[in-house]
Design a protein around this ligand. Structure first.
Ligand SMILES: [Ca+2]
Length: 98
């Protein structure tokens, strides 16, 4: 059984590059939202704790969980996913600092 193929015009399918774009926007938004919200409540200690937990989560999820459990059709680059999760933390810290 063939698992992947190029969709024909008009066929109901997901464009992998569009799927990846949406995924990376979601990765940044999640860690940005969590870290910036923590910063609003607890300042820099909130960024250190919640941002640190986000980075820990990103590392475990992307380099342990995904290689074992993620569907081959939706799995992209774990390193890219990790970088965008960390980017959300970094942007939150940057926005909080200014
Ligand atoms: Ca991943």
């Amino acid at each position: 059984m063939q698992e992947t193929y190029a969709a024909k015009s008009g066929e109901n399918a997901i464009d992998p590059s569009f799927f990846n774009l949406v995924s990376q926007i979601a990765h940044v938004a999640v860690t940005y939202g969590l870290t910036f919200t923590a910063a609003r409540f607890w300042g820099w200690p909130g960024i250190e704790i919640v941002g640190g937990l986000c980075i820990l989560y990103a590392a475990v999820h992307e380099f342990f969980w995904d290689p074992l459990m993620e569907n081959a059709l939706t799995r992209g680059s774990d390193l890219e996913d990790f970088c965008f999760l960390v980017l959300g933390v970094a942007v939150a810290a940057g926005v909080y600092a200014i």
